[in-house]
Design a protein around this ligand. Structure first.
Ligand code: CTP
Length: 395
């Protein structure tokens, strides 16, 4: 997900560093927009190092990129922590005299604010009226907590703890949006890697961790879709989506074909075993019986993506993934084009994998091909942001 963290000028800005850190470690792409006074508490190098992106508070930087609205337009979530009394007042009145103001006004992403101020300022009727206005507009207000403040005073006004802000923000971002571009659509996504048993304790599997598929499912939920995630050997928290757990290719095939019957969009992100053992031993295979060599006979599994493409209803979109170890980009593209022609799906998401690439990493780089073999999108960055770029094409 692409997250903008706005930081207003309060001492709690130092705690916002941890908020940014937690988002980055969770694999999100984070852009920090401090106000000028926030930079008097925590400086630019800290925000840049922790977010791994350039940071500015200046409306007149990067003008050619139209940055004053670009960040807001492309954000999936905006979090303001700390939100001072002044910043809450600006938000309530739609003021846009700095980069944070324009970013927020130019965005339709969920907005989460974490107020932080002294108790008297928090209780002031002006602040309370501003907060009520923001709540009415559907803005999520986290805290403030009741506790020790900067001076000797204590009371309501202390910024919520970073992990509480992160949790509330992610919950706000994953609550289905009735106005999202996938609102009312049924989406089926397969993720993870299938396992083919050899005996009661062993299987043939692959290194897929399912992260890209899970990010696609979460992004589709955020965009308003009704999502079924068919999870092959994955533990997934079912926040806002239906999860069906499967293990073998046969189980995945049955679940995917059934779920696809009522789906508008089917995405096969799972890494499916192409072969399974011809015979599954009832008992553990023993060395003293097998001797120095063990030959396994494998048989072909059905190609689920191909079957889904053949069974596709009119108006339904079927998407495949292709993981290739080919290093030459042109040769990789040629493999992708041959694969989409063979599989018969509408789109193919092509990514490179290898001993050190693709699997388990938080980042990904993909090319999306259409049925005619044309490149319709390229995306790189966190798997969450790549998921959104893929859905931009499909939506
Ligand atoms: N797939 C499938 N059923 C299979 C194998 C793969 O549905 N038995 C799907 C995958 O989920 C993915 C796409 O097909 O969406 C491509 O998978 P990939 O492993 O890259 O392709 P293969 O069909 O295995 O082709 P090759 O062996 O030539 O790489």
């Amino acid at each position: 997900m692409r997250i903008v963290v706005g930081v207003a000028g309060g001492i709690a800005a130092y705690k916002a560093v941890q908020v940014v850190r937690e988002f980055v470690l969770a694999g999100h792409e984070v852009h920090v927009v401090p106000t000028a006074s926030a930079l008097r508490f925590v400086g630019l190098p800290t925000w840049e190092a922790i977010s791994r992106h350039d940071v500015t508070d200046d409306l007149f930087d990067h003008v050619a990129e139209v940055r004053h609205v670009g960040l807001g337009q492309s954000a999936d979530l905006i979090v303001v922590a700390p939100a001072t009394a002044h910043t809450l007042a600006k938000l309530a009145h739609g003021l846009s005299d700095d980069l944070l103001g324009t970013t927020i006004l130019a965005s339709d992403a969920p907005l989460v604010v974490a107020p932080a101020m002294h108790t008297e300022m928090w209780r002031n009727p002006a602040t309370q009226a501003n907060v009520a206005t923001l709540r009415e507009r559907g803005i999520h207000v986290v805290g403030p907590a009741d506790g020790r403040l900067t001076g000797r005073d204590s009371g309501p006004g202390r910024m919520s703890e970073p992990h509480e802000i992160v949790e509330a923000a992610l919950a706000a971002a994953s609550s289905p949006s009735a106005s999202g571009d996938l609102a009312g659509r049924r989406v089926v996504i397969t993720a993870g890697g299938t396992r083919e048993p050899l005996d009661p304790v062993r299987f043939i599997g692959n290194r897929s961790t399912g992260r890209q598929g899970v990010e696609l499912a979460r992004a589709a939920v955020r965009r308003g879709a009704e999502v079924t995630l068919i999870a092959a050997n994955l533990e997934v928290a079912a926040d806002g989506l239906t999860v069906q757990n499967v293990s073998t290719t046969a189980e995945l095939q049955e679940a995917a074909l059934l779920a696809a019957e009522t789906a508008d969009l089917v995405i096969m992100a799972a890494a499916v075993a192409d072969y399974r053992p011809a015979v599954v031993a009832d008992e553990k295979i023993k060395k003293d019986v097998q001797g120095d060599e063990l030959a396994l006979r494998l048989v072909r599994n059905p190609d689920i993506l191909h079957e889904l493409s053949i069974a596709r209803r009119s108006g339904q979109v079927v998407v495949g993934f292709a993981a290739e170890t080919e290093t030459d980009p042109d040769a990789q593209l040629a493999l992708g084009r041959a694969k989409i022609a063979r599989k018969g799906c509408d789109y193919l998401v092509l990514n490179r994998v290898g001993w050190h690439e693709g699997f388990a990493s938080a980042e990904n780089a993909v090319v999306v091909l259409s049925a005619s073999g044309d490149i319709v999108a390229e995306a790189s960055g966190s798997k969450a942001s790549v998921a959104d770029r893929i859905l931009d094409v499909l939506a």
